[in-house]
Design a protein around this ligand. Structure first.
Ligand code: PA5
Length: 353
């Protein structure tokens, strides 16, 4: 654990400065809001559904926005990680094609499929084929700054998706919510940064508990489901470690029974329950009882969101998870930035293997 307080150790391992990219997240929301206003998109139409098409680090923003809208929004917001869009897509669908690189084959294919189904499309990318096609076909597009791993652009991508849907459906109050996200994350950053020592830094402490364990991230409600997924994928990609995620209330109807066998896995697991801090009474009770039962077989703890609005609550947990995955990478002795297997796989597919 002392290694986490050693700037020399961190700088040597974190060759591409992932710590700075994670620390830049609080500024992304206002920057993306400004770019969105400047883009002056015209999305006036009567939409009955929204589909966000993307993969990996480009899709998760769609999940977060969908979760944010889930209890208030009049239309379904579907996230599609596939080559095709759902068959319900018509000219009344707003299709948001998101690819940070602009070159992801599933997203390009979903874009073409959506075009064939005559959806109204918005493209979000930092460049690549998606951007070129949008430009050449006069399809509305939003540019996000390039030069970072897609997973580090989560604030830019989420804000662009959120505001596009907000514009299409005339949703008010989003700018205020986004401002709160930036404010809450800026405060958290002071506590979570590498120069804050282990004894005062919750992200370092959590990483210490996860080291050499199998992390389980349990969402306590529909709203935090994508946050659990984000924790898991950040631990995969940054810390190069397996991680499992699941959700309440569903896990109470199956996965809870699995705890105990294999016994070695239960003992070697650490469970983090994500609590948005504004659970309904039913879910709050369920979370408490589930924790009590599983704690007989594995280490458990709850992490509660910060902020008042739902968007700030969601991103406060995302931000904490990003830092935890970074410190876990340091404890695992790996450089958080490279994702060699993903790069290799994309290369092989491109070569026609
Ligand atoms: O984290 C990553 O790099 C991946 O999950 C990518 O986001 C994913 O492969 C899709 O690429 P892109 O975001 O460029 O569309």
């Amino acid at each position: 654990m002392e290694r986490l307080d050693d700037p020399g150790y961190i700088a040597k391992l974190d060759k591409s400065k992932m710590r700075m990219l994670i620390g830049n997240l609080p500024d992304q929301f206002s920057m993306a809001s400004k770019s969105f206003q400047e883009a002056k998109l015209n999305l006036k139409a009567r939409f009955s559904s929204v589909v966000v098409a993307g993969m990996g680090g480009s899709a998760i923003g769609g999940d977060l926005v969908s979760a944010y809208f889930s209890s208030t929004f009049p239309a379904p917001v579907w996230v599609v990680r596939d080559y095709e869009v759902p068959s319900f897509v018509t000219r009344n669908t707003l299709l948001i094609a998101v690819s940070y690189s602009g070159n992801t084959e599933e997203t390009l294919s979903a874009f073409e499929d959506g075009k064939g189904k005559r959806a109204r499309i918005v493209c979000i990318a930092s460049g690549g084929s998606l951007m070129e096609m949008a430009k050449s076909e006069s399809i509305p597009f939003l540019t996000v700054p390039g030069g970072m791993p897609p997973r580090c652009a989560i604030g830019f991508l989420s804000t662009s998706i959120l505001l596009s849907i907000g514009l299409a459906f005339d949703v008010s109050g989003l700018t205020t919510e986004l401002e709160e996200v930036g404010d809450v994350l800026k405060k958290m950053k002071n506590v979570l940064e590498p120069d804050n020592p282990v004894k005062k830094n919750p992200a370092k402490k959590i990483a210490g508990k996860l080291a050499h364990k199998l992390p389980f991230v349990y969402s306590s409600s529909r709203m935090t489901d994508p946050v659990a997924r984000r924790w898991s994928t950040q631990i995969n990609e940054n810390a190069k470690s397996l991680c499992h995620y699941s959700s309440l209330p569903e896990l109470d109807h199956n996965e809870i029974v699995g705890w105990g066998i294999p016994r070695e896995v239960s003992y070697a697991s650490h469970i983090l329950f994500l609590d948005p801090g504004n659970l309904s009474e039913k879910l709050r009770r369920r979370l408490a009882v589930t924790k009590e039962i599983i704690s007989q077989m594995a280490e458990v703890e709850s992490l509660t969101a910060s902020g008042t609005g739902n968007l700030a609550r969601l991103f406060s947990l995302v931000f904490l998870g990003d830092y935890v995955s970074f410190y876990l990478a340091m404890l695992n002795g790996v450089d958080p930035t490279p994702i060699e297997r993903i790069d290799l796989l994309k290369k092989k597919l491109k070569e026609g293997h």
